[in-house]
Ligand binder design. Structure first.
Ligand code: GRG
Length: 293
């Protein structure tokens, strides 16, 4: 089979798989119907499932069967969905469109959206704790990635940086926390579902995850300029309008594209000790570096 087609089949199957896991986790519950509907609205039927795919690909590197990875794949998608709901709130990025639909607070009101985000974060840890390979170490890893030293910390820096000039190192540090931390967590949690890696292998996987997380964000900066609201399913051009520092505003489009290619190379190099076992991880980082939405 053509490798691109094989990857499309693999990623389609895994995306469908995690959709099923998320659907079961969010099965209609008694009580608080509006909250429950808002949670389902924020999670199901949309999104590229990049973080879940990274977890499954990393699991494959460590010979983990997909069912051993399901819980961590769902948990990183739940944290991601919560972060998008809160990010879209008027007190943060104040956006009305997400995944081609009205944002959660537009559809359900601010208070319900706030609670939906909170409850999705709790559900992420519940899913993780009930998973086939549950461990306290996994919970600590995810909590650290989502918290003040990770995603929430990066978001705080982002909010404080509007209209300010960050240098490149500060910008990349913000990206490493805001989006990179959860992407790294997805990679390491997936790997934890299979056979143990050596310290050197874990270091190589970390280098892959750091490069891939940053490439994801630089592409996001490029798409904010080059994409359309329709193709992205979210409001295009917002970073510029809000005066947010981005890789593009600091270095320009061409340099941003070169940076993505360099990061793609770093990700590939980091995986070289693993040989064919890293096939899916390599494909996911290539796909991230070429994504159009
Ligand atoms: C509110 C604590 C808190 C954190 C929010 C991740 C984040 C931090 C905000 C999202 C803002 C944003 C658009 C960042 C750019 C990168 C990013 C996370 C894009 C959206 O992720 P995709 O493209 O989305 O993976 P889908 O819809 O495909 O899941």
């Amino acid at each position: 089979m053509d490798p691109d087609v094989a990857f499309a089949v693999w990623s389609g199957e895994r995306a469908q798989r995690v959709e099923g896991v998320l659907e079961r986790l969010l099965a209609p519950a008694a009580g608080a119907r509006e909250l429950h509907e808002a949670m389902r609205y924020a999670v199901l039927g949309g999104g590229k499932r990049v973080r879940a795919l990274l977890a499954y690909a990393s699991g494959e590197l460590c010979d983990a069967e997909p069912d051993a990875v399901d819980a961590v794949a769902a948990s990183v998608e739940l944290i991601h969905a919560y972060s998008l709901v809160h990010d879209d709130l008027p007190c943060m990025d104040d956006d009305v469109l997400r995944r081609g639909n009205p944002t959660c607070h537009v559809a359900f009101g601010e208070a319900t959206a706030l609670l939906a985000g909170d409850a999705l974060q709790s559900l992420a840890f519940e899913a993780l704790a009930r998973g086939a390979r549950a461990s306290v170490a996994q919970a600590a890893l995810l909590a650290h990635a989502a918290g003040a030293s990770g995603m929430a910390g990066g978001q705080a820096i982002d909010l404080a940086s509007a209209g300010k000039r960050l240098d490149l190192a500060e910008l990349e540090q913000m990206h490493a926390l805001k989006t990179g931390a959860l992407i790294r967590a997805a990679v390491h949690l997936g790997a934890e579902c299979g056979r143990a890696l050596t310290r050197g292998e874990t270091g190589a996987l970390e280098r892959y995850a750091v490069a891939t997380g940053l490439a994801f964000q630089v592409i996001d900066d490029i798409l904010d300029v080059e994409g359309t609201t329709q193709s992205l399913g979210k409001t295009a051009g917002k970073d510029v309008r809000q005066g947010k520092p981005t890789y593009v505003s600091l270095k320009g489009l061409e340099a941003a594209r070169r940076r993505v290619e360099a990061l793609r190379g770093e990700a590939r190099d980091a995986l070289s000790p693993f040989g064919a076992r890293a096939r899916r991880l390599l494909e996911v980082s290539d796909w991230i570096s070429q994504r159009r939405h």
